[in-house]
Design a binder for this molecule. Structure first.
Ligand code: SAH
Ligand code: SF4
Length: 363
């Protein structure tokens, strides 16, 4: 077969990370292999972080070969890596088999090693300040493509003797619009026979799709939930987040309260501070009233400016005023530093930037 043809054929191989443990066992049985071979492979890939079957030495040669022919163990190509000046934030643009790209970010902070992963290429929800929203929706990622982002950074860290401590589903896309794949990816990474990443160390961030929050509540997972609030009145929230028209605060907040009641877990609200838009004490007061008595934490994140939105970051003094008002009302909150700002680590910013290089009209 000519080289290019062979590469295409190889690209079409199913992605290993899309398999559940049951799928893998089933495949072994169909191939006439004992089920424990599947467990050896699973452990080799997810525990030893082997790059492929050839590196898993307890597998027989012929099975290694068969697996390499049957599955792809690497579907993503690094297109760009950017590092913050202090090297504590790294962002990669990963090219997918269909030519699309996604972003994954690794943040080092004290002992934490947090990876921020994407669930979709683009996003349909069009929040005005979000670079991913500005590019529109392209497609859902598969569970395997979500898993592979984590494995990419886990391997990179392992080479330095380091390990991931947290996984946040806060990259490109709305995870609750790609629910099944997101949850399958979390289950794969959580599996104790493999990557064994504790459920409590995952956080899913959603824009606040009420029915999906209800579904997530019913599933009673240990995974943390964060809701992007950004405004405490419908009038302002729907200007920033169009989805608020469909799920206004009177539907969203009761769903969040119910989540906390049913699961006994704290919920996080995210608030990107935009100068003279949602950083005034009127919004802080409305927020404090809205979440009164709710076991929650507010993450205050000064806006990462994007090409497609004129809003600016709140000056530091006003960030503090907003923060002090909330703490004065006995609300737990943290000001999150924009660690990625020097490398445009805001959600979707690298992809839109590259597009802007070639097609300035897109942003
Ligand atoms: N779709 C999900 C998860 C991805 S966005 C969600 O919206 O929650 C992750 C977080 O980044 C969200 O809180 C989102 O509102 C925030 N965000 C997006 N663009 C931003 C920007 N330019 N500056 C600061 N935060 C931003
Ligand atoms: Fe989509 Fe989240 Fe960006 Fe809104 S903030 S456009 S939901 S990725």
């Amino acid at each position: 077969m000519p080289r290019a043809g062979r590469r295409n054929a190889l690209n079409k191989r199913p992605l290993f990370y899309d398999l559940t443990p049951e799928d893998l066992t089933q495949r072994m049985l169909t191939w006439g292999e004992p089920a424990y071979r599947g467990r050896q492979l699973w452990r080799g890939v997810y525990r030893q972080l082997a790059g492929g079957p050839e590196a898993i030495t307890n597998l027989p040669h012929n099975l290694q070969h068969r697996l390499s022919e049957a599955f792809s163990f690497c579907s993503m190509k690094v297109k760009t890596t950017v590092r913050s000046t202090d090297n504590n934030t790294q962002k990669v643009l990963l090219g997918l088999t269909d030519g699309q790209s996604i972003e994954v970010v690794l943040m080092r902070y004290e002992r934490r090693r947090t990876v921020c992963i994407s669930t979709q290429v683009g996003c349909a929800l069009g929040c005005v300040f979000c670079a991913t929203g500005q590019m529109g929706f392209v497609r859902d990622l598969t569970a395997g493509e979500i898993v592979e982002q984590v494995i990419y950074f886990a391997r990179k860290l392992a080479r330095n003797g380091e390990r991931l401590t947290n996984i946040v589903v806060m990259g490109m896309g709305e995870p609750f619009l790609n629910y099944q794949a997101t949850i399958q990816a979390i289950d794969t990474l959580n599996n104790p026979d493999g990557f064994n990443f504790g459920a409590r160390r995952f956080t899913i961030s959603t824009i606040g799709l009420t029915p999906m929050i209800e579904r997530f509540t019913q599933e009673r997972r240990q995974v943390n939930l964060a809701v992007s609030l950004h405004a405490a009145t419908d009038e302002l929230r729907q200007q920033l987040l169009p989805i608020n028209r469909r799920y206004p605060l009177e539907s969203l907040i009761p769903a969040c309260r119910n989540y906390v009641e049913q699961t006994g877990r704290r919920i996080t609200f995210e608030w990107a501070l935009i100068h003279q838009v949602n950083d005034g004490l009127d919004q802080a007061e409305a927020l404090a009233d809205l979440i009164q008595g709710l076991n929650c934490h507010i993450n205050i994140i000064p806006l990462n400016p994007t090409n497609g939105y004129a809003g600016e970051t709140t000056p530091q003094q006003q960030v503090k005023t907003f923060y002090h008002y909330l703490t004065g009302r006995k609300i737990h909150c943290t000001i999150r530093m924009r660690r990625g700002i020097s490398i445009n680590a805001g959600c979707g910013q690298l992809v839109t930037e590259r597009k802007a290089d070639t097609k300035p009209s897109i942003v």
